[in-house]
Design a binder for this molecule. Structure first.
Ligand code: IPE
Ligand code: IPE
Ligand code: MG
Length: 224
């Protein structure tokens, strides 16, 4: 089998990475944000078409106010800095999640990044921001016009991921074996890889090993 067209990653372990080094959790978040670029460029290089990254969940608002504030500032900085990287690498930027809660500044930056990378066709990078699969499904259900006759295909068109193919490979770094409300519908037949490496240290070579396993896996989809 070929490389997975769509890889989704739960980038977990930033805080623990920093704490293990006697540093503030914020340092781990910064390092984690920096690692996105490394992994992104690698995925683009090896011909992955879609990468979807869990950056901030609907539950992450429950963290201490200072951490949430730092993450919002980091998102702002990230969007400003990465625009050139996206354009240079022919990467289109997209998001999933309910953006309406973000500040005007962040919402505008997101829109600018989407507009300025709309022509890029090498790979699509989707950032999950204020994303929760349950929230996504409830928002979709509210849009259903004919509930009695709705098909799976029609329901998928109401999800935030309507422009994306199904997830082929789901990776979670940081050692926890759970999906934490990420893409519950879309991972129905994804191959799932959990690893102990904390996100700031997750490397292209580790991803390559997972992809190699993926290419050797027979996906049966319930058949034989
Ligand atoms: C993931 O790292 C990043 C976000 C959820 C924003 P964590 O912040 O969850 O790091 P750990 O899991 O506490 O180490
Ligand atoms: C999942 O990580 C969310 C992101 C990586 C953005 P969490 O750290 O929030 O998940 P839990 O709380 O360990 O399940
Ligand atoms: Mg975590």
């Amino acid at each position: 089998m070929n490389n997975p067209p769509h890889i989704a990653i739960i980038m977990d372990g930033n805080g623990r990475w920093a704490q293990a080094r006697g540093k503030a959790r914020a340092v781990g978040h910064q390092k984690g944000a920096d690692n996105i670029r490394t992994i992104l460029k690698h995925c683009r290089h090896i011909g992955i078409k879609h990468i979807t990254l869990y950056a901030f969940s609907t539950e992450n608002w429950d963290r201490p106010k200072l951490e949430v504030q730092f993450l919002m500032k980091l998102l702002e900085k990230y969007l400003k800095l990465e625009l050139d990287v996206y354009i240079q690498n022919d990467i289109r930027f997209a998001t999933i999640g309910d953006l309406s809660v973000f500040s005007d500044t962040i919402q505008q930056l997101i829109q600018t990044t989407k507009d300025q990378t709309a022509h890029c066709s090498g790979m699509t990078q989707t950032l999950a921001l204020n994303y929760g699969a349950k929230d996504e499904m409830i928002r979709a259900i509210k849009q259903i016009k004919d509930r009695q006759n709705i098909t799976e295909k029609e329901f998928e068109k109401l999800l935030d991921t309507k422009q994306l193919p199904p997830v082929d490979m789901l990776v979670r770094t940081g050692g926890e074996c759970r999906v934490s409300n990420f893409l519950l519908w879309q991972i129905a037949y994804a191959e799932i890889y959990f690893c102990g490496t904390l996100w700031p240290e997750f490397s292209p070579s580790e991803l390559d090993i997972m992809i190699e396993k993926f290419t050797q896996t027979k996906r049966r989809y319930g058949g034989l």
